[in-house]
Ligand binder design. Structure first.
Ligand code: AMP
Ligand code: MG
Length: 346
């Protein structure tokens, strides 16, 4: 299949809408990452997303809407706390899970009785949904396991020949996927951190639990509340280790490791801007140390650059886990397959 590259023009947005309306797949820009979209009300169209991505069948999709009025058809009912969240954060990078209505195909919810819905803020995304005339189911537009794409080139790299079209809307603003919160539990629960922070959610909801899978690895046999969080994910081909501690400790750690253990491997550092001059390895940077938003914007691109540069072994500086930093750490932890060490002080 030839994959069309569409531009952010009225004509091409209408073309994307037609393809989606007739059951095709189009990768679309959003303010978080590029999404691989299909008509959310057409189970056969949605099934093609899983094939194109190689996505496990038990991992449900987020449904994207362009007007808040579309929400009520998708869910059983909209409780007051859901309305308050929508009022505070929509349109924007927040996904809200509620019990689903009868029109949601099983392919979207992967057999669960809930559905995740998001109202994105990027104008182009909303225009594409309008052009399609239906809500769009869209997971991130990467091959399953790879870093999510944050520009059209990365999307094309993964999806060329697998889908009908990619619409180029430029670089994504946030660069990590939406915050996912479920209101289908007795107490609202954060399933995936994103640009809307736990502190901001608590201000609206009063109470919020953080799912165990957010900052750790689920134990064998424990069922994941958000199936997507149980997989190794966002990974470059290289083996990644997060090294906690100071910059000095990091430098000592990688110096020792690369001389003792990794001598033959092409070792890289994934570090913060400006640290390249003191780290004795090839470096790829991912934003400023004290600025989580620059890190979220850069992280997935940096992981892809490591692949492009042939990294086999990557030592990553550890981000702050405060605010948006929780999302950055959550993604990096999965890219590292949960491999974290602490640099000693000597
Ligand atoms: P992606 O579309 O790649 O950003 O992945 C969507 C994420 O939302 C995955 O981690 C899913 O497991 C999660 N998700 C989607 N729908 C639900 C749902 N109904 N219940 C729990 N998690 C969900
Ligand atoms: Mg994804």
């Amino acid at each position: 299949m030839e994959t069309l590259l569409l531009q952010n023009t009225k004509k091409d947005i209408l073309r994307a809408g037609e393809i989606l309306h007739s059951g095709g797949l189009v990768a679309i820009p959003t303010e978080t990452v590029y999404g691989l979209a299909a008509n959310a009300l057409d189970g056969a169209a949605v099934a093609k997303i899983f094939t194109a991505k190689g996505r496990p069948q038990d991992n449900p999709l987020i449904v994207h809407i362009s007007h808040i009025e579309q929400w009520s058809r998708l869910v059983e009912s909209i409780p007051e706390n859901a309305k308050a969240l929508a009022q505070a954060f929509w349109p924007g990078p927040l996904t809200i899970i509620l019990p689903k209505s009868g029109i949601i195909p099983d392919e979207v919810s992967a057999g669960l009785d809930t559905v995740a819905v998001r109202f994105p803020s990027m104008r182009t995304t909303r225009r594409i949904i309008d052009a399609a005339g239906v809500p769009l189911a869209a997971p991130s537009a990467n091959l399953s396991g790879s870093p999510s794409p944050t520009c059209a080139r990365h999307t094309m790299d993964d999806m060329r020949g697998r889908i009908d079209a990619v619409l180029d809307g430029g670089e994504c603003n946030f660069g990590v996927e939406s915050t996912v919160v479920t209101l289908a539990t007795p107490v609202p629960r954060l399933l995936r951190p994103g640009a809307v922070t736990p502190e901001e959610l608590r201000e609206v909801l009063g109470e919020l639990e953080i799912d165990d899978a957010v900052l750790g690895q689920l134990k064998e046999g424990v069922q994941a509340a958000s199936p997507g969080m149980k997989y190794k994910h966002y990974s470059p081909k290289a083996e990644v280790t997060i090294v906690k501690g100071s910059l000095d400790g990091f430098v000592r750690h990688v110096t020792r490791e690369t001389s003792e253990n990794d001598g033959g491997k092409n070792a890289f550092a994934l570090c913060f801007d400006g640290e390249e001059c003191v780290i004795p390895l090839h470096c790829v940077t991912y934003g400023k140390q004290d600025d989580s938003l620059t890190q979220s914007h850069r992280l997935f691109t940096a992981l892809r650059e490591l692949d492009e540069q042939g990294a086999e072994r990557v030592y990553a500086r550890c981000p702050s886990t405060e605010g948006v930093g929780m999302a950055v750490y959550n993604r990096l932890l999965r890219a590292a397959g949960f491999s974290v060490v602490t640099a000693s002080n000597e």
